[in-house]
Design a protein around this ligand. Structure first.
Ligand SMILES: [Ca+2]
Ligand SMILES: [Ca+2]
Ligand SMILES: [Ca+2]
Ligand SMILES: [Ca+2]
Length: 322
């Protein structure tokens, strides 16, 4: 669904008056926020693009491999805070946390300025709506009832935005100040937004709109057999089926409801940076001394630049660091 929506949004930009690529990207970020919550299987390329932004990802993809590796080497030196020649788990965790913070802060700053050019204290919903969805006024309203039409897709996104706006609006004046706007843009980063993230996650996966996630919807969200491929499911998919039946569906009624989804997505105290640091060290630490040399990192180049949590790809493409 995320993929097809992405295609729909990309195709739609040929029409006049549609959102800028920046806005389209933000809508996509929106849709993928829920994905970032799941500490399970990711669609790597999608995460990569969604996390870096299409433009950033492109810059990075265009770097010659040798140049990317050279830059990755420089980053390794930076992560090694005590300069002993090794990256230890704490250094890696701190660096991941730092880059995530930086990404979110810059993202909020950029969107805040974009939607608030006169630097007011708040942005009203009406202004935001006009800015982002104003183009819909010119759309054929018949289309709003047709599933899979553009108008229908954008109307659904607007409805979702409206609800998220309401959740982010702490003082309930229907306008968002900068802090509230940050919660709106990055609900995954704000504990008080947890309920709306749960709802969005559930709705993304609940294809038949019955308000609960069946086993097939759960699997369908993370795995689609390739065309013409009709053999056995990979082992990890079988494990996910067992996970669903054995753990996720705690009351054993065959479905995940809102509460079960809440338990599933990473708990509030879950430390993404620490989990990712541990994962990367586990994967790359070939001599198992629980720290990484530059050679070990460069050996696992793909792992590091592909990690959406580490933001290595973003760091490699930044102009201000090299
Ligand atoms: Ca070190
Ligand atoms: Ca407010
Ligand atoms: Ca369902
Ligand atoms: Ca259940």
């Amino acid at each position: 669904m995320l993929r097809s929506l992405f295609v729909a949004l990309t195709v739609s930009t040929v029409f006049a008056g549609l959102p800028t690529s920046e806005e389209t990207k933000r809508m996509m970020d929106h849709l993928s926020d829920a994905e970032h919550f799941k500490n399970e299987h990711h669609n790597k390329q999608f995460d990569h693009d969604a996390f870096l932004g299409e433009d950033q990802a492109k810059t990075f993809d265009q770097l010659p491999p040798e140049e990317s590796k050279r830059r990755l080497g420089i980053i390794v030196d930076k992560i090694d805070a005590d300069k002993d020649g090794y990256i230890n788990p704490v250094e890696l965790k701190d660096w991941i946390r730092y880059t995530q913070r930086r990404y979110i802060d810059e993202d909020v700053e950029r969107h805040w300025k974009q939607h608030n050019p006169n630097n007011e204290d708040t942005i009203t919903w009406e202004d935001y709506k006009k800015n982002v969805y104003g183009f819909m006024d010119d759309m054929d309203h018949k289309d709003l009832k047709t599933h899979d039409s553009e108008a229908f897709t954008f109307a659904a996104l607007m409805k979702r935005d409206r609800r998220r706006w309401h959740f982010a609006d702490a003082d309930q004046n229907d306008a968002l100040n900068r802090t509230e706007f940050a919660a709106f843009l990055h609900p995954e980063d704000h504990g008080e937004m947890r309920n709306v993230v749960v709802l969005e996650t559930l709705e993304d996966i609940d294809k038949d709109n019955d308000g609960k996630i069946s086993l097939e919807e759960y699997i369908g969200d993370m795995y689609k057999p390739e065309d013409g491929e009709d053999g056995e499911e990979p082992d990890w998919v079988k494990q996910e089926r067992d996970q669903f039946t054995g753990y996720r569906d705690t009351d054993k009624n065959g479905y995940m409801d809102e509460n079960e989804v809440r338990d599933w997505i990473a708990p509030p105290e879950f430390d993404h940076a620490e989990a990712e640091a541990r994962h990367l060290i586990f994967e790359a630490d070939s001599d198992a001394d629980e720290k990484l040399t530059k050679a070990e990192v460069l050996d696992k180049y793909d792992l590091f630049v592909g990690s959406q949590a580490t933001d290595f790809g973003e760091a490699l493409a930044r102009h201000d660091e090299f």
